[in-house]
Design a protein around this ligand. Structure first.
Ligand code: NAD
Length: 357
């Protein structure tokens, strides 16, 4: 029996709606497998700014550090998207959380459920069998380098910066994962142009001999972006920097059919954070139509990675597979052939899923 304390951080927009379902699934798993999960909740993003003026209040950080794992929703509000000059912004909460918790590795499994082959904009015969695991570095690169506005606001720069140890620690995680899969690792950079990428490649090449069973391939980001659409099955474990990983994983989300299907894990020095890859989706907030499956699959990753509860995680994935096989869809993964009575809202999809747990 596992005794664990989980912090629920729903954040903004549909983060609130989908995380409710994610938590219900964790509850059901605890009941079914005889574990004891206790929960607390905390604020981040726009809701935190409204309540305290701070996108990541100290109280939230304290609760984060004190928990065994964090189920996270999303941050963001239209107010800030349309006002680039706003000094306090919801995303600052997200970036600070990653830095404060030392979450340097973002894992994004791109798993395609066969039932959703038709939901993707890529041809089914190209897609079928795709199964990719991205390792995106999360606390370095242009997102954390020095940035400045010069010449009375007419010129700006951001610094793409990496240190050896930052590349090494994420590379090791990726090599280890490659060992448990098809023993192939693709490292993505832009070493033909960027000095930070040359350092990246050097480090990968230096530690590769420690993993002689893993075959390493280097690709430039532009070629990798093209290949991902052309031949997704060629990819297995991929390791890349923060900016390239941000873009490449959103592109890869189309392999899975929708952003609403993809989960991610951010791990590193302290408590792991598990979240859907999608944002707060203002366009559908409050309508009850958000796909909760990314949050549910995030809960599965949480159980697997932070608690080592693999059978429990597999039970969740099997339940997702079952509801999709039964023909149920949220709007984002439905198509013109989906019968109206099979198109479910967020809560109804959650209820359908719980029937199989
Ligand atoms: P988004 O991911 O919120 O939405 C993109 C599109 O996908 C929208 O049309 C949305 O309706 C759809 N979508 C996303 N998740 C869905 C789900 N679960 N079910 C059904 N449809 C879904 O990205 P965006 O529109 O570019 O950004 C909206 C806000 O989210 C912005 O404020 C942005 O800064 C923020 N954001 C936050 C995160 C995060 O918290 N990790 C990530 C990305 C964007």
């Amino acid at each position: 029996m596992a005794k664990k304390h989980i912090l629920i951080v729903p954040g903004d927009g549909i983060g609130q709606e989908v995380t409710t379902v994610g938590k219900q699934v964790l509850d059901r798993i605890a009941e079914k497998f005889g574990h004891e999960f206790t929960y607390d909740e905390a604020l981040i993003g726009h809701v935190a700014i409204e309540a305290t003026g701070d996108p990541l209040p100290e109280e939230t950080l304290v609760k984060m550090r004190a928990s065994d794992a964090i189920l996270f929703g999303a941050v963001g509000h239209p107010k800030y998207d349309n006002d680039p000059s706003a000094k306090v912004r919801p995303e600052q909460g997200l970036l600070k959380m990653r830095k404060e918790l030392g979450l340097y590795a973002n894992l994004r499994p791109i798993k395609l459920f066969d039932e959703l082959l038709e939901a993707s904009s890529i041809k089914p015969e190209i897609l079928k069998g795709s199964d990719i695991l991205f390792f995106r570095e999360l606390t370095g690169d242009v997102y954390f380098g020095k940035r400045e506005r010069l010449d009375d606001g007419n010129t700006a720069y951001d610094t793409m910066i990496y240190s050896k140890y930052e590349v090494e620690r994420i590379a090791r995680k990726a090599f280890e994962a490659a060992r448990t899969r098809s023993k192939k690792l693709m490292s993505v950079d832009k070493a033909n142009v960027l000095e930070s990428s040359r350092l990246w490649r050097e480090v990968i090449q230096k530690i590769a001999p420690e993993y002689p069973d893993v075959e390493v391939e280097h690709q430039f980001i532009d070629a990798a972006a093209m290949l991902l659409i052309k031949d997704p099955r060629r990819f297995d474990v991929v390791v890349t920097g923060n900016l390239f990983g941000d873009i490449l994983t959103d592109e890869a989300s189309q392999i899975a059919g929708s952003m609403g299907m993809l989960a991610s894990a951010s791990v590193g020095d302290s408590t792991g954070v598990y979240e859907p890859i999608h944002g707060s989706a203002h366009d559908i907030t409050g309508k009850g139509v958000a796909n909760p499956l990314a949050s549910v699959l995030s809960a599965a990753l949480l159980l697997d990675i932070s608690f080592g509860l693999k059978a429990e995680a597999d039970a969740i994935i099997a339940a997702v597979d079952k509801v999709l096989k039964d023909g149920f869809r949220t709007r984002d993964i439905a198509n013109s052939e989906t019968p109206a009575d099979k198109i479910l809202g967020t809560d109804a999809m959650g209820a359908e899923l719980l029937k199989h747990l």
